[in-house]
Design a protein around this ligand. Structure first.
Ligand SMILES: Nc1ncnc2c1ncn2[C@@H]1O[C@H](COP(=O)(O)OP(=O)(O)OP(=O)(O)O)[C@@H](O)[C@H]1O
Length: 323
């Protein structure tokens, strides 16, 4: 494996909730709650989990679109949570994000060529001709015809709009890209085109992806490793194929069993039925956060938070891993 590009240690992101009288703080959402992992150069690390488990908050915190509550994240040796505004400006070139809904993230009043040129104008001092050439190059890279540059976002299909978002994200030659559910809003046939494009761009540009998805069938065939989140915690992390073949955490086993694409090898897998709703991140359960839904729950799970155990390049936060 390549060396770590990012080392994330004990990162927390809490949101105060003020719905009380006079905007008084009435609680805290534990969106990301003490998460540690490494992201290796040129890998695709998928982060999966049900809606609201903190995937987007984690991704946004790691590229400093959100300020962490606690913890550190070293990117090529620099703790990105303690950078000055000026240093942060430099860092922004190296870290980008691709959003789920390309339409919402593209300014409808701007021409596509201006949308793609925007980061170049903000961060680079290129002449007009150089900038136009770079925009044309980026459009070609993502499979958009140069002539489309004078059109507006509403004139494009969802897949093409996502290509525009990807071109803009690539404009400054980033190393690390958070892909936040980039194909969830697209038709299945278009999803594979965009995933193929992301893979091609990764190879050509040595990109590292943190790929956020609620859909395990999407990430299976192209992520190198997979991290499974539940209520702000990382429950399991390991090489994708190994995690699918033998999930160590009951929650991972449930997610794989519930994934929409049938896997012939998993047909005989024990059916797991999860009891209850996802608990509130405002008042996470004591002990293991998953214990209220876990079919294998035992007394210790209700009172003691599991330590993270390491198994040969894999990690799991469970008192009774499925080894
Ligand atoms: N700005 C905010 N203020 C308060 N709570 C927030 C804020 N942003 C996110 N949350 C809460 O933090 C928790 C994690 O949200 P997040 O969007 O990171 O989850 P997610 O796993 O990405 O879900 P989804 O797939 O639905 O986007 C949720 O309970 C959410 O309501």
């Amino acid at each position: 494996m390549d060396k770590p590009l990012m080392q994330v240690r004990n990162v927390k992101k809490y949101f105060p909730v003020d719905k009380g009288l006079f905007g008084k703080k009435t609680g805290t959402v534990h969106a990301v709650d003490d998460i540690s992992f490494d992201v290796y150069e040129k890998e695709t690390l998928a982060i999966v989990g049900e809606s609201g488990c903190g995937k987007s908050t984690l991704g946004r915190t790691l590229i400093r679109l959100l300020d962490a509550t606690e913890g550190t994240a070293h990117f090529e040796g620099r703790d990105i949570f303690s950078l000055s505004q000026n240093e942060l400006r430099q860092l922004r070139k190296e870290m980008q994000i691709i959003f789920q809904d390309p339409f919402a993230s593209l300014n409808p009043r701007m021409k596509v060529s201006d949308i793609i040129a925007e980061p170049l104008i903000t961060h680079e001092s290129l002449g007009k001709k150089e900038r136009e050439d770079r925009v044309a190059e980026l459009m070609e890279l993502v499979g958009l015809r140069k002539a489309y540059g004078s059109r507006y976002p509403h004139m494009f299909s969802g897949g093409q709009r996502q290509r525009i978002g990807i071109a803009r994200a690539l404009a400054l030659h980033p190393k690390f890209i958070v892909c936040d559910e980039p194909v969830s809003a697209l038709d299945v046939s278009i999803q594979s085109q965009i995933i193929n494009l992301l893979q091609k761009l990764q190879e050509q540009n040595n990109l590292t992806y943190l790929f956020i998805s609620h859909d395990l069938s999407v990430v299976r065939y192209f992520s190198d490793r997979i991290g499974v989140m539940f209520l702000g915690k990382m429950m399991e992390l390991g090489p994708t194929e190994e995690v699918y073949r033998q999930p160590l955490h009951p929650y991972t086993k449930f997610l794989i069993a519930a994934a929409p694409v049938p896997d012939p090898r998993s047909r005989n897998q024990e059916k797991l039925i999860l009891e209850g709703d996802i608990p509130s991140p405002l008042r996470p359960p004591s002990g293991c956060r998953f214990h209220t839904r876990c079919p294998y729950v035992q007394d210790i799970c209700k009172s003691k938070e599991p330590e993270i155990q390491q198994f040969d390049g894999r990690s799991v936060a469970c008192h009774f891993p499925l080894v």
